[in-house]
Design a protein around this ligand. Sequence first.
Ligand code: CMC
Length: 428
Amino acid sequence: MAETAQLKIGDKTFELPVIEGTEGEKAIDISKLRDQTGYVTLDIGYKNTGATKSAITFLDGEQGILKYRGYPIEQLAEKSSFIEVAYLLIYGELPTADQLKAFQYELSRHTLVHEDMKKFFDGFPSKSHPMGQLSSLVSALSAFYPESLKPSQTTEELNQSIIKMLAKMATVVSWIYKKSLGHPVIYPKNKYDYVTNFLYMTFGQRTEDVTIDPVVIDAMNKLLILHADHEQNCSASTVRIVGSSDSNIYASVSAGISALWGPLHGGANQAVIEMLEKIKEDGGDTDKWIAKAKDKNDPFRLMGFGHRVYKNFDPRAKIIKKACDDILEKLGINDEVLEIAKKLEEVALKDPYFVERKLYPNVDFYSGIIYRALGFPTDMFTVLFALGRLPGWIAQWKEMKENKEPIGRPRQIYVGATSKEYVDIANR
Ligand code: CMC
């Protein structure tokens, strides 16, 4: 017999179905709760709420496990390219060699963005934050590719929207970087694969071919793979909820970019480097900063530490820490803040405050050190997270559409004033 949960309210008992995911995760299905009982649930921050059934990414926060479509993140980070992982997330299976070639070819046909988009760049102040630019520019793409606005697209139309979104994002991100330098933009060269093309448009020169160091290409692939999806996080949930109103892919992804920007989410990678630099300038006394992080009267938090779901090592952090050592060594870079980061981690992992709260380094603790070694300025870090997360957002958006999920619309418990009589302004 199927398992059920019983809910007792007053003298009435209600049976609620229990459902189980393929990895043994259990949930009480409350989708009919209000109709049956007149009650809703309250779960601020959705800490206990499964918002959907998804077949894209599995993570077990207690064990520190992360899989995309069933494949362990460790294997994908070691063996795959970013574009192969993007295909896996979006279409559900690893591509064959022919499928990968066709995918890469399709992407390379759409790397150009409409020339008029360049006028938007001129409108942004040169020091404006790249994330603000990115979310505006991605939303603006909808004006140039209006065929994506159709709420019910055929499979082929939907696929074209997906390809354009992926292809144009790399160009837009690299152009944001060029703009920050005041340099002219570099047009894509379609003979390069996705990641190499991105690095070429970012670090290349206008007139010349470039040879990008394979160490840099590998590192970039790895970082993008590690960020590619993370199930129902703040930005993915935003993308799904915006898309659930039948908003187009550009509007949905643009909203996801805005959600990612905050320092509690993707913006943590920028915040970590700024924190490490501050600790360095302050003399490198890690004990002092750990004490600040523990002090409830001090707003300082150890950035890059803690996670809503991981109550164990974030498996991505383990891979990045190792990659960080390797890449800095291969590039011959000695970055003092890496030592500070390692010391902070060591102290925090032994400190009862962090141990009791199960706070471990997350994906962003070491990623910024690698981005910096590759030559990116600090305020570009979260934009790189967005570039990596894009296939995940697309996969979540596509799944939500294919599942024909209803518009996202939570309830609330109203705690405001009840009835008040209107008072004319002269008498207030
Ligand atoms: N430094 C010091 N204390 C912390 C930290 C931290 N980084 N993170 C959590 N805590 C404490 C928090 O004060 C609370 O203590 P108490 O129970 O005494 O009030 C307890 O740990 C639980 O924290 P919470 O804020 O209730 O946990 P949450 O699940 O709501 O927040 C988080 C998760 C990631 C927002 C939080 O850990 C945080 O602010 N970390 C720093 C920012 C960061 O690195 N964010 C990147 C997350 S990974 C990238 C991504 O996918 O977005």
